[in-house]
Design a protein around this ligand. Structure first.
Ligand code: NAD
Length: 358
């Protein structure tokens, strides 16, 4: 019998969740969105699925075994807690909460529940990310002393003027949206070193005034000129970890970066080797000193596009966790570790100096 999935939120990413979940063998049985049209439109694709605008109705539906939460960030924590309490296994989109205090509440709720709670850190499952982690874990790169993480859009502020750019609903801008992926990837691949100090600059250059933004086709719809933009559209940060590792993070929703100059991905530098992977290119490059020569090797992963491969793997892992009742690796504690850094990075930017974490 397939695991039966309900979706809470029927917006942009929910459609992709539903498509991938179905491909890996889950059955979409219910969809809830406060926007009735969106809920109806999503269930149209999945025969027998029920649409509702009432989340309590979806959570009371005994046919729903697991839920994917794909709503605006500020709703993740309360919806995840409600779903756990209703006895559902949960895949909650990133960020799992909008600050550490909320993250703590979710950690507590997960501790008191027998249900699975997996965080949507999908970039972990890219073939190149998996390979990079194997190289680091095997010791092939030696001690990792520096990581450079980039994820940059040039004109990609999602739904400018809508919930993504309204701090009360999103918790923050590009750091909450794209930065979380980079932070989780870097922590996950390097074995979660203890963060000590961070320094960040969060800037808002292109989102305001909304009416003059040069809009390129982008996630979550065109700008709403009458809406709110009170978040950052770019972040530069340096994080220091116990043991000496540093992480340099650059992410933007909007920036005047000539195309092709900066690649999205992670560069990992160790004392025995280095490795770079492009999050979208499905390949990884290793650099090593062999008998006095610096040697480079390129590894290519099977033709599947990296984005779809990551999503499929994320859902395969969720399914496996549900059927075998396994603790997820993209755990609520991992989500909390990222949240702690987000809070520290925002505080550092506000104070204009390096600060201690926690
Ligand atoms: N993992 C990824 O790479 C990735 C990519 C895109 C989006 N996301 C995350 O997914 C989430 C949704 O993003 P999106 O782009 O789909 O947004 P969206 O605005 O397209 O969709 C959100 C939907 O949630 C609905 N909604 C709002 N409050 C609700 C509630 N209380 N109950 C039920 N429905 C509610 C809205 O009506 C809307 O249809 C965000 O947290 C975002 O960070 C993750």
């Amino acid at each position: 019998m397939p695991v039966k999935l309900g979706l809470i939120g029927a917006g942009g990413i929910a459609n992709f969740h539903a498509e991938i979940a179905s491909k890996v063998g889950l059955k979409i049985v219910a969809v809830c969105d406060i926007d009735e049209k969106r809920a109806n439109s999503l269930v149209d694709t999945y025969q027998g699925a029920i649409a509702t605008t009432n989340v309590d109705e979806l959570l009371a539906n005994s046919n729903v075994q697991a839920v994917a939460i794909t709503t605006p960030n500020a709703t993740h924590k309360p919806l995840a807690i409600a779903a756990l309490e209703a006895g559902k296994d949960v895949l909650v989109e990133k960020p799992m909460a909008i600050n550490s205090a909320e993250a703590d509440e979710l950690v507590e709720a997960a501790k008191n529940s027998k249900q699975i709670l997996q965080i949507g850190f999908v970039c972990r499952y890219a073939p190149a990310s998996i390979a990079a982690k194997k190289y680091v874990d095997s010791g092939m790169l030696g001690k990792i002393y520096h990581v450079k993480a980039n994820l940059n859009r040039r004109r990609g502020i999602p739904g400018l003027g809508r919930w993504f750019t309204n701090k009360s609903q999103s918790g923050g801008g590009v750091l909450m949206d794209l930065g979380v992926h980079l932070l989780d990837l870097a922590l996950h691949i390097t074995g979660h070193p203890k963060p000590e100090r961070v320094s960040a600059s969060c800037t808002s250059t292109f989102g305001s005034p909304i009416s003059s933004y040069c809009y390129n086709e982008m996630w979550a719809g065109p700008p709403n000129a009458k809406g709110v933009f009170d978040v950052e559209d770019a972040v530069t940060a340096l994080l220091r970890f116990h043991g000496g590792m540093t992480l340099e993070l650059n992410t933007s929703w909007a920036a005047e970066i000539p195309s092709g100059v900066i690649k999205d991905g992670l560069l990992l530098l160790g004392d025995k080797g280095g490795c770079f992977f492009d999050l979208w290119a499905n390949e990884l490059t290793l650099a090593h000193e062999i008998q006095g020569q610096l040697v480079e090797t390129k590894q290519q992963f099977p033709s599947d596009d990296a984005w779809e491969a990551s999503w499929k793997r994320q859902y395969e892992v969720f399914l496996d966790n549900i059927t075998k009742r396994k603790a997820p690796t993209a755990s609520v504690e991992d989500g909390r570790a990222v949240q702690l850094l987000l809070d520290a990075l925002y505080a550092s930017s506000e104070q204009g100096c390096e600060i201690a974490v926690g």
